[in-house]
Design a protein around this ligand. Sequence first.
Ligand code: HCS
Length: 151
Amino acid sequence: NIIVESFTLDHTKVKAPYVRKCGVITTPKGDSISKFDLRFTQPNVEAIPTGAIHAIEHLLAGFIREELDNVVDISPMGCRTGFYLIIVGEINENEVAHALIKSLEKILLAKEIPAVNPVQCGNYRDMSLFGAKEYSKKVLKGLKEKYEKEE
Ligand code: HCS
């Protein structure tokens, strides 16, 4: 009996942008691995174009690892409304939200996208730094309202 957590989320009830811890697994040796839903745009209202989400992926790959240790992966959702973050250890939504805020701020200052070439990427022509910054700006504003006002 397989349960895919994402299929159990009511996507009509969420309010983007947000950071949601969607699961923790414990390995046979006792380590924790946490998975987060980093929702950028409102499901079924707005999807991020592929060039923008791809550029955000390349930029976040480095920037999020500068903020958080033991990141396994940060990858786009197929629906293009956000990313999944997989990280070793137990960490909370606020810590991830703050790391994401700092990473998005770095995207706004980025002059280029890393690894945009046929050796390091499987679709290097589909990249938009402009789009990455436009969506990052919007998400940043929403995340700051949600995660910085409560402190
Ligand atoms: N999603 C990958 C980067 C691919 S460009 C990672 O390692 O986070």
